[in-house]
Design a protein around this ligand. Sequence first.
Ligand code: WTA
Length: 656
Amino acid sequence: MSDSIESRLKEERRFPPSAEFSKGARVQSHAAYTSMYELSLSDPETFWREETGDLVFRTPWKKVSEWALPHAKFFVGATLNITESCLDRHLGTSARTRAAIVWEGEPGDVRTLTYFELHREVVRLSAALTDLGVKPGDRVAIYMGMVPETAVAMLACARIGATHSVIFGGFSSDALRERINDCGAKVLLTQDGAWRRGNVVPLKKMADEALEKTPSIEKAVVLRRIGQEKCPVEMKQGRDVWWDELVTRTPSENALGLAKKPAAFDAEHPLFILYTSGSTGKPKGVLHTTAGYLVGAHVTTKYVFDLRESDLYWCTADVGWVTGHSYIVYGPLSCGASCMMYEGAPNAPDWGRFWNIIEKHGVTILYTAPTAIRAFIRAGDQWPAKADLSSLRLLGSVGEPINPEAWTWYHRVVGGGRCPIVDTWWQTETGSIMLTTLPGACYSKPGSTGLPLFGVDIEVVKDRGDPCKANEGGKLVIQRPWPSMARTLYNDDARFKDAYWSQMPGVYFTGDGARRDEDGYFWVVGRIDDVLNVAGHRIGTAEIESALVSHPAVAEAAAVGRPDDLKGQALVVFVTLKQGQDPKDLKSKLAEHIDKEIGKFARPDAIRFTDSLPKTRSGKIMRRLLKEVASGAETKGDTSTLEDLSVLAKLRTDEE
Ligand code: WTA
């Protein structure tokens, strides 16, 4: 990876779209992009009036935005039901019978839901949820895998104004419980189990453990995905109900009325809470509201993926993360797109799975993460070579910096040299893509995440907020609110202010470091706060540390990132044990402890025991030094504040 950083600094190649691609694209030239971008900042009223024309509002908006930072409102005065833009509006068009979701399960089973069928499923579930007592503003937790019903669940909540919180199926029961309790969810939607690499992930069993201490939960709805034989579940009387039984009950008249002709909600009605990691211990419940989020997801999907009726678009993210929310569910469905959805792992049964899916279904647009691309490179070119990938016409990347080697491979081997690549930078908090290159309009540079999208006033600045010169590294900030901006952190508005709006007055701090080159292209280096990006998963060092110190043998812990060729960053933890504890066997015990507290995806790549951690005289752990030790680099910079220099020397000689 250090090679990659070097090569990103030297990267000068430009890849323009082919004339043919540009000719059919929505935005066909750099000049056209620039004039749209400039209009979006100079006259947002006109720009957004035009761009929101496709969407369904019951009451039209009166004013684009209003803000008293850090709070902002968008599309003021509008009322809407977001699902009418995602579902109902397509029923009167040719999309009615078009596939909304083409789903493939890991064992190879395939299901297709047309827009008509998806709408029907959402109506049925939303009526059933109303009859369970779910009301507008109530929170509903969703702990499911990659099945079409997860999208149905999200949309059914939105249809009746309930705020959903999807909790990634890789989280442990402890992590699930913590999130349910933080948002006070009334109902949990889950499934018996999910297929992952030939094994069953027992979601319901984990949910049962979580629900032992979740006083707000009244009902749990359980989808049968695997079946009793391979995944037996216990249904708790009075609390648990089978999904299929629930939706086939005759709904009350009131519930059916609300499901068929749903209520309209205010533009700022809370749509969802999504937990993500920050630099301090507790996960942050990022809150998104309705109209601004919809507009952000819709407009970016439409322009970045340049969708056409003939496309089969595939975003490989998990619905449990923001990419799944915006680019599997709300964005593409609001565009009437046909979306591929796949349940399982990329290497099940072998590394040919993705290529096989593309060939079998005729996927035209693929949106995936650099970590996956690097894993495919390692698995070998023979896998993509076996499949016919000629249906692909556009490729996307998201979640972490892409190194030019991976970019070039993606372009050459997967895209056959003909598909533009859109590298998209954004965050859970931004709700939708902020930086990229519009595929028919702008050339891309491998490793650069391109130019700002509409309405995004973004800059690289020095500590005090002065803009950096071209190619000078600094902090990436957004200088005015944008429609899909997170509105707050659920139950913690003070933290919202502090985490994003306190570094520099009036600007949103992303937590990322970046530079902007002489062509105005952004190069995002990665997080400069205490957040790691391990295989595209956002992990807070403080979360890992507090999980570790909750183990009875641990006195103190520090988690840092180390560059990793495959995962981008690997997670290394330094642990000091309590007096009398024997490190023997503790490595695996601590790894299991992390599985339990957070989830397997957060398992450290290396655990190092040490007698003490390097600290400043005021007692702060010096992470910078630990990072250097973890990556085997020479100590750079100032060590004069280190309390005891011998700690450092000792750490270096300790075995990993
Ligand atoms: C990183 C994922 C470089 C970045 C959508 C950001 C990226 C964090 C890119 C957000 C990219 C995302 N190039 N880095 N194209 N996309 N990141 O909230 O550090 O899971 O702050 O949202 O991922 O992660 P999150």
